[in-house]
Design a protein around this ligand. Structure first.
Ligand SMILES: [Zn+2]
Length: 289
């Protein structure tokens, strides 16, 4: 594993990835079919291009060609949320579901959709962007330019922000006693820990998280009518998230015929789901739509 060092630019990052692949290839005993690369943004796998990766600050870039030059291996590209979806679909709990949604609650909210057995990539390769459906039009500004996207509410930074806003009004909470210097370290884990210890502020934040999570999931269930949904990422690690409270709220907001019929589970592949999904580009025949 290497730090991305995006500030050094795309050329540097791709060279480092190439170097790492070459090191791994030298020590590999098996035949290498090719490289599967997951990128955080829009990709065009047909042409082998990154179209736009805002977090890396990459615009249109000929990634496949550059990486093939570095490694002498064929390269396939996929969006990172779609990679996580493929990892869970082929090697996690999504197997056998004709329509399957994977949701990752991390730094942002990632989502991937298998639609009638095919990976839904849409016209520009990024597939569904469930994290950017608006839940509260008067809510927090989002990096995408809109307000109140699902991501601003149920991602890890979203959960932390809601906690920080409530701290001044709840001086008795253990969370409010965290020193200003330590605030950057405030995390969903710390909030869930305080919740388990009976902290009232943490309880409000966790209940709110479940409330917003249920609204978004109910929207997606009504839209796509999936067989299964996986929840992954740091926020979904806590057992309180996948609770009967969440399922009850979802059921109250979906069409009666679907109520209780969607299997919602914690992603089984966890942190490496995206890596496994990128590898699956070479191990499975993946049709896109
Ligand atoms: Zn947004």
């Amino acid at each position: 594993m290497l730090p991305t060092r995006r500030e050094k630019g795309a050329e540097y990052v791709l060279k480092q990835i190439g170097k790492l692949i070459n090191e791994l290839a030298e020590s590999a005993s098996a035949h290498i079919l090719g490289v599967g690369l997951a990128l955080p943004g829009e990709v065009d796998n047909q042409r082998g291009y990154c179209l736009y990766c805002p977090n890396l600050k990459w615009g249109e870039l000929e990634v496949r060609e550059r990486l093939t030059q570095e490694t002498a291996l064929p390269v396939r590209l996929v969006n990172d949320a779609n990679a996580a979806c493929l990892g869970e679909y082929f090697y996690g709990g999504g197997e056998g579901a004709p329509t399957f949604l994977s949701i990752t609650l991390g730094t942002g909210v990632g989502s991937g959709l298998i639609l009638a057995g095919r990976l839904y990539t849409g016209r520009f390769g990024s597939g569904v962007e469930a994290g950017h459906m608006v839940i509260d039009p008067l809510g927090y500004p989002c990096a995408c330019g809109r307000r109140g996207c699902w991501e601003t509410l149920v991602s890890a930074p979203g959960m932390v922000r809601r906690t920080q806003e409530k701290m001044k009004r709840a001086p008795e909470s253990k969370l409010s006693q965290i020193a200003d210097d330590d605030l950057p370290g405030l995390s969903p884990e710390a909030i869930f820990q305080a919740f388990r210890a009976g902290d009232s502020l943490a309880r409000v934040v966790v209940e709110e998280t479940i409330f917003y999570l249920a609204i978004g999931l109910a929207n997606l269930i009504n839209l796509f009518n999936p067989y299964k949904i996986s929840l992954g990422g740091g926020v979904a690690e806590a057992e309180e998230i996948l609770s009967s409270n969440l399922l009850e709220r979802i059921n109250a907001n979906v069409f009666p015929t679907i109520r209780g019929k969607v299997e919602i589970f914690k992603a089984k592949q966890g942190y490496y789901g995206g890596v496994i999904g990128a590898a699956s580009l070479w191990l499975h025949k993946i049709e896109t739509i």
